[in-house]
Design a protein around this ligand. Structure first.
Ligand code: FAD
Length: 258
């Protein structure tokens, strides 16, 4: 089993506390999967009953399978779907040398019954709709933001958000339709771009994030992605002058890079 999720640094007072609910385990049935990129796939599930969650929250999914490897049969995933949608989805990277869990996930047949915990976590939109937000995603760390962007697109709610997505190659740019639909201004930075790439290139750093928009005292910066990336960016952002309460983190253990 992956290590327990680290507590996010979070402006708890500004969160919609009523919406951050903890529920009992839920039976879900696998419906379908869909490719987002060559090595990234979304998996869709139908809950057996009412499943209330807030965009950006995560669950733990159990897939019993033969001969599980040392990482076991359970994984945390952010729900990439929005509460405005009927099906629940998770979106994940698939690696040729991946875990037995990911192989079992890919082998699911429609109708397969699984157990999911109730939703957890406070990596969610702040209660005050006018709070300026900077969203920073490292690779697959885009999943909670996708959930929020889908929610904003479906509800028509407007938020002042600047979004930056760091990916290793153009091939891993996903979910553009959703943030465009939500009217979100996005910057994409590609670590190893092709010669044809005309956008930002190289490593994501604090200067680039601070340069998106001079943060005010009430700006919140949400960072989501592999654990090491989130930790190093948050340290750099603090050194660049942001206060601890302005930083909200979502860590994905199990990946060492974007
Ligand atoms: C709050 C939270 C939210 C999360 N949300 C997401 C999300 O939305 N999407 C997402 O993809 N992940 C998410 N994660 C991470 C997720 O739980 C897994 O840790 C991650 O997907 C890696 O999965 P995996 O262990 O099956 O490894 P894989 O994805 O199969 O592989 C990842 C790397 O680990 C190596 N590896 C695989 N198995 C082993 C092994 N047995 N021993 C040693 N090395 C191995 C692989 O070679 C590869 O380099 C989240 C985690 C947390 C805590």
């Amino acid at each position: 089993m992956a290590s327990a999720p680290l507590s996010p640094i979070s402006p708890t007072a500004s969160l919609a506390d009523d919406d951050v609910c903890y529920t009992r385990d839920m039976q879900v049935s696998f419906v379908k999967s869909q490719a987002e990129a060559d090595n990234i796939r979304s998996f869709y599930f139908k809950p057996a009953g009412e499943f209330r969650y807030t965009a950006g929250q995560f669950i733990e999914l159990t897939i019993p399978h033969d001969k599980p490897d040392s990482r076991g049969t359970r994984r945390w995933f952010t729900l990439s779907s929005s509460p405005s949608q009927d099906l629940l989805s998770i979106t994940t990277k698939l690696n040729p040398e991946g875990s037995s869990f990911k192989r079992a996930l890919q082998a699911l047949e429609p109708g397969a019954e699984l157990t999911m915990t109730g939703p957890m976590g406070d990596f969610v939109l702040p209660k005050l709709t006018q709070t300026p937000l900077i969203f920073v995603a490292g690779g697959i760390g885009i999943t909670p933001f996708h959930s929020m962007f889908q929610w904003l697109a479906d509800t028509g709610e407007q938020r002042p958000i600047k979004f930056i997505h760091a990916v290793s190659s153009e091939q891993e740019i996903i979910f553009q339709d959703t943030y465009e639909k939500a009217g979100i201004h996005a910057t994409i930075i590609v670590k190893r771009p092709s010669a044809a790439w005309g956008g930002e290139r190289g490593e994501l750093n604090a200067e680039m994030i601070m340069g998106l928009e001079a943060p005010s005292d009430d700006t919140l910066v949400y960072v989501s992605g592999p654990e090491g990336l989130v930790e190093s960016l948050q340290t750099a952002l603090k050194n660049a002058g942001l206060k601890k309460h302005q930083l909200v983190g979502d860590f994905f253990p199990g990946y060492d890079k974007i």
